[in-house]
Write a protein that binds this ligand. Structure first.
Ligand SMILES: [Fe+2]
Ligand SMILES: [Fe+2]
Length: 279
């Protein structure tokens, strides 16, 4: 049985700004890159899972692939509406989505299913330590941000932590060998970086006033060094053959987010500044 929950949350993006956290401009840009990347990367994941479901024989792995695809499909859909709201305001940003989709479509056409599942499994397993770093620094990263945008990311990252093992589980069930995947890890990273750089270049065309730091740094205020090193180490450790996702340290906010959802709280405005209430 898959443990994944499919949560349909009615996120809204009314009058959303490109710099949605004026107190942390670099993080606003960085998260926007993730939003644009999510539209194309998660479309790629869904394609790979759909094709995997046709060839997998283990019913448990098929169910995992289905639920994983359902979560990623919703992520992609919500990011699409965030991106759509930004494109409506700044039409030049459409090119940033198109270029990302083109790059992933091209990769999908050029490589086989084992490659795609290795890419997805490898990258997805690095996310938990990175999102743990963000969750441990909620105040400098998100507190002054537009709650509509902040809440979308907190939902998405919580579900990424929840399904941290799904990509790997499907890859292993293919069955995908360990060395095939790990040998290509640097290649997967290079490809995702290529997409992020293409998105960044399009951002720069639309917002030439963005500084180099705002375009390239994760946060305008530096993140704690120890936590950052832990995140990098965690991402590398996630690629080791003995890595066990069940023993991975998880951030306290992940449990808080899940508790609040289960309690029935309004998850569309879970943290940050509620602009409508202030107007
Ligand atoms: Fe996702
Ligand atoms: Fe994911």
């Amino acid at each position: 049985m898959s443990d994944l929950k499919i949560r349909k949350i009615p996120f809204r993006f009314d009058d959303v700004e490109f710099i949605w956290n004026p107190e942390n401009r670099a993080f606003s840009v960085y998260m926007n890159k993730i939003s644009f990347l999510a539209v194309c990367f998660e479309k790629y994941i869904c394609q790979a899972m759909q094709d995997a479901e046709k060839v997998l024989t283990d019913p448990e792995a098929i169910e995992e692939a289905r639920d994983f695809r359902a979560q990623e499909g919703l992520h992609s859909l919500v990011h699409r509406s965030h991106v759509k709201a930004l494109v409506k305001r700044y039409p030049g940003l459409q090119r940033a989505v198109d270029v990302g989709i083109e790059l992933y479509d091209q990769l999908y056409a050029e490589r086989d299913l084992q490659y795609h599942l290795a890419y997805v499994g490898g990258l997805e397993s690095t996310f938990t330590p990175i999102f743990k770093l963000f969750f441990e620094n909620l105040e400098p990263l998100y507190a002054k941000g537009d709650a509509q945008v902040v809440s979308m990311f907190l939902w998405h990252f919580s579900e990424e932590i929840e399904h941290r093992n799904s990509g790997m589980k499907v890859y292993k069930a293919l069955p995908g060998p360990y060395f095939y995947r790990v040998r290509r890890f640097a290649e997967f990273l290079r490809h995702s970086l290529l997409v992020v750089n293409a998105i960044t270049a399009e951002f720069h065309k639309v917002f030439p006033e963005l500084t180099r730091d705002e375009l390239t740094k994760i946060s305008s205020t530096p993140l704690p060094l120890l936590g950052t090193l832990r995140a990098v180490w965690g991402a590398l450790r996630s690629q080791m053959p003995w890595h066990d996702h069940r023993r991975e340290p998880l951030p306290a906010y992940y449990f808080e987010w899940m508790d609040r959802y289960d309690r029935g709280d309004d998850m569309t405005l879970v943290y940050g500044v509620d602009k409508a209430a202030m107007a």
